[in-house]
Design a protein around this ligand. Structure first.
Ligand SMILES: Nc1ncnc2c1ncn2[C@@H]1O[C@H](COP(=O)(O)OP(=O)(O)OP(=O)(O)O)[C@@H](O)[C@H]1O
Ligand SMILES: Nc1nc2c(ncn2[C@@H]2O[C@H](COP(=O)(O)O)[C@@H](O)[C@H]2O)c(=O)[nH]1
Length: 185
């Protein structure tokens, strides 16, 4: 039995601020471990293979799926993303506070596989603010932004499936609440 109570799944619509919150949390508490996902998405400027993601091509991703190396995986806005299983199990075995930053479909799969994991939904203060953040980040084309906003509507409608919601008005407040949930001080 792995210590799945130490597992926090952070989901929420694209652009809400998940990566920003997690980066701030880990700056303050590097002992919290963040899973590095595999993805078929191309790196954005400044992203490094093995740091933000393990960047793979479609064939490599197929192999990860076929060999059952992913705890969960999903297609999101035209790319595939998945959580390598073994590193997560190793951290949970060692009782390390562990974070997954994944989409709704992935969160649902983790809930099935590890019912004790805590699922946190990060919500925007408003729809307009979500659009402002996603567009303002400047990393996606207008077409991809449209796909992500369509997915955001589905994700926002599923908020009640999560154990708790945190509204990302202030990064500092969200980080404080997540640390309390993880019992990290
Ligand atoms: N509390 C906040 N107030 C204002 N801006 C914020 C806040 N949190 C994040 N942002 C900004 O919103 C933008 C999107 O944030 P971020 O990339 O962290 O979102 P994300 O949820 O990880 O998105 P994705 O799912 O697409 O990877 C960034 O430009 C970030 O600086
Ligand atoms: N189901 C999974 N979703 C994941 C994983 N890693 C990231 N994500 C989610 O994908 C979208 C888009 O991310 P981006 O980096 O391209 O902006 C976002 O919601 C992430 O949380 C994963 O391993 N599994």
């Amino acid at each position: 039995m792995h210590g799945t109570r130490r597992l926090i799944v952070l989901s929420g619509p694209s652009g809400v601020g998940k990566s920003t919150v997690v980066a701030d949390l880990r700056r303050r508490h590097p002992e919290v471990w963040l899973s590095v996902s595999a993805t078929t998405r191309r790196p954005r400027p400044g992203e490094t293979d093995g740091v933000e993601y393990h960047f793979t091509d479609g064939d490599q991703f197929d192999k990860l799926v076929a060999s059952d190396e992913l705890l969960e995986w999903a297609e999101f806005a035209g790319n595939r993303y998945g959580t390598p299983r073994q590193p997560v199990l190793e951290r949970l075995d060692a009782d390390v506070p562990t974070l997954l930053e994944i989409d709704l479909q992935g969160a649902r799969q983790v809930r099935q596989a590890m019912p004790e994991a805590r699922l946190v939904f990060l919500a925007p203060p408003s729809w307009d603010e979500l659009v402002r953040r996603l567009v303002g980040r400047g990393t996606e084309s207008p077409e991809v932004i449209e796909r992500r906003l369509a997915a955001a509507k589905v994700e926002l409608a599923a908020e009640s499936e999560f154990d708790m919601t945190l509204v990302n008005t202030s990064v500092e407040d969200v980080v404080r609440e997540l640390l309390a949930l993880m019992n990290v001080s």
